[in-house]
Write a protein that binds this ligand. Structure first.
Ligand code: GUN
Length: 292
């Protein structure tokens, strides 16, 4: 069994990006600038956005964190997005999800300039991705592709079973794994909350990608020998013995499933760090596209 070490690979990618930034500086060029908008003060979102900003510093990007109160109106957020769209210094930006209930997420995602949409959530980017055109690919699915590629995991002709149809992970992942090329060329089954007999389906999988958010949902008796397992789950489970008061749990029973798997991602240290690395990669691409 090989552990797909997202921490290591994401570090490699960050080093590669840092080297690109170094060359940009040497040529006297502007370095990439990522902005992140955080509405409200949800603990998990604060942590994620904080990591994104810190990672920008690490690779030499400029970064801007825009914090808005939980009471922000939709109009105020749309105005902020307009500003970021028109700010020539910003190469790419993200609006951290979820948003407070008074704000329509779809309206917000539609308002982002697709050329600055480094999350790849705008319908223009999503559509282009589905049609094999050049586009920003959402960071988590992009990170999963990169992990599969860097570990030379075979995907052609394999049966990939995805658990969860979220707009951020499951749905785009189902498109990407079925696309021509590598990684891809898989036969894809997208399972979700209305799927019946899910274990019968996961048992037929050569590759399982779980983005469900139910701790230790995938057990050893639900997979076959040699399966490749990608665990996208990051659920906070309260744990008084931990100084933070919680531990992070994935969707997969790592000990049990790990005994049968050929490749498996750990949680933490698997998909999570890859997401940030690929957001940086998208921001670098955004900078390069704006230059030309
Ligand atoms: N919330 C959970 N994952 C993501 C992500 O990849 N991007 C944004 N903007 N919000 C998220």
């Amino acid at each position: 069994m090989t552990i797909l070490d997202g921490k290591k690979i994401s570090n490699d990618i960050k080093n590669e990006i840092a080297e690109e930034v170094r060359k940009m500086k040497e040529r006297g060029e502007k370095v990439p600038h990522l902005a992140a908008v955080l509405v409200g003060d949800d603990g998990a979102s604060l942590t994620y956005v904080g990591s994104k900003v810190k990672s920008c510093e690490r690779v030499g990007f400029e970064s801007t964190l825009v914090r808005m109160p939980a009471t922000t109106s939709e109009e105020e957020l749309l105005q902020k997005i307009k500003e970021l769209n028109h700010n020539d210094d910003i190469d790419g930006f993200i609006v951290q999800l979820p948003l407070p209930r008074q704000i329509d997420e779809q309206k917000v995602l539609m308002a982002v300039d697709p050329t600055k949409d480094v999350d790849g959530f705008h319908p223009e980017n999503f559509g282009k991705m589905a049609l094999d055109m050049e586009a920003f690919i959402p960071a988590t699915p992009f990170g999963i592709l990169e992990l599969l590629e860097r570990y030379h995991v075979e995907t052609k002709g394999k049966h990939t079973v995805i658990i969860g149809r979220s707009h951020i992970v499951g749905r785009p992942m189902s498109i990407l794994m079925s696309r021509k090329g590598y990684p891809g060329n898989s036969t894809v089954t997208l399972t979700h909350s209305s799927t019946q007999n899910i274990a019968e389906i996961t048992k037929q999988a050569d590759i399982v990608i779980s983005a469900l958010g139910v701790p230790e949902f995938l057990k050893a008796d639900m997979v076959k020998d040699g399966v490749v397992v990608i665990d996208v789950g990051i659920t906070r489970v309260s744990d008084e013995s931990n100084p933070k008061g919680y531990v992070i749990k994935g969707d997969v029973d790592f000990v049990g499933v790990g005994k049968k798997a050929s490749f498996i991602t750990p949680v933490p240290g698997g998909v999570g760090p890859m997401t940030i690395a690929m957001l940086l990669k998208n921001t670098l691409l955004a900078r390069e596209q704006r230059k030309s």
